[in-house]
Design a protein around this ligand. Structure first.
Ligand SMILES: CCC(=O)SCCNC(=O)CCNC(=O)[C@H](O)C(C)(C)COP(=O)(O)OP(=O)(O)OC[C@H]1O[C@@H](n2cnc3c(N)ncnc32)[C@H](O)[C@@H]1OP(=O)(O)O
Length: 195
């Protein structure tokens, strides 16, 4: 079989399986789910919180804290929804100048909460998490505020992705910044590698 005949043969097979390939994992079936439905599905996976601190609000500075120290600030479903609420509130911070993204405890963020990821580990769960985080972080990036990530300690997986969404990243000497996704056989689901 020459190359031209080979290509034709391949294309015929691919055309036959195209629709199956597109619906693989049924991800396309979730596109009609509303953001609110995705949020309420994610919010069921509790643990930790993301807080918007107004301690420097009058000076035009907002501080977002990740707070889940018992799991090294891994992001649960609830925290993903919290972060979204913080960003929504910052969108109407009219006198705001800057936002600092940081954490409580001895590291910035160890990525997605693996217990949450396992529990919601279906194509649907992955699609919801990824869609909400992409949307939230795009809105974070588009805030008319100067953004700074203050990071320290292990900052891994989704934590590394989160850290690079700010305009500036200030890292402590003890930071361990790792896009460990490749080793785990996954892509960067929060879009951090497009920054
Ligand atoms: C968006 C896609 C992703 O982000 S996938 C997730 C990628 N992140 C990871 O794989 C990081 C996994 N965690 C680690 O490597 C280590 O826990 C790091 C962060 C280096 C901290 O090590 P170390 O100081 O020794 O603490 P430790 O391992 O004893 O952890 C304390 C407790 O926290 C937990 N923890 C940590 N990270 C997560 C996580 N991402 N999801 C869920 N739980 C996490 C550990 O399991 C440990 O819990 P426990 O005290 O043993 O019950």
């Amino acid at each position: 079989m020459n190359r031209k005949t080979g290509f034709r043969f391949l294309i015929r097979i691919m055309e036959r399986w195209k629709n199956t390939a597109r619906s693989f994992g049924e991800v396309s079936n979730f596109r009609d789910t509303s953001i609110e439905e995705m949020e309420s599905a994610l919010a069921k996976y509790k643990g930790g919180e993301v807080m918007l601190s107004k301690e420097y609000w009058n000076e035009g500075i907002a501080v977002i804290y990740l707070n889940h120290p018992e799991k090294k600030n891994a992001m649960s479903g609830k925290m993903i929804v919290d972060l979204r609420k913080c960003v929504a509130e910052l969108e109407s911070f009219k006198d705001g100048k800057a936002v600092i993204l940081t954490s409580k405890g001895d590291n910035f963020c160890s990525g997605g909460d693996l217990d949450f990821v396992r529990a919601s580990g279906t194509p649907q769960g992955g699609f919801f998490m990824s869609t909400i985080m992409h949307n939230t972080l795009k809105r974070f990036r588009n805030l008319p505020l100067t953004s700074v990530s203050l990071v320290h300690g292990p900052t891994l997986g989704g934590g590394a992705e989160l850290s690079v969404y700010s305009d500036f990243l200030l890292a402590a000497d003890n930071v361990k910044l790792g896009f460990v996704h490749g080793k785990m056989g996954i892509m960067t689901p929060w879009g951090g590698t497009t920054r």
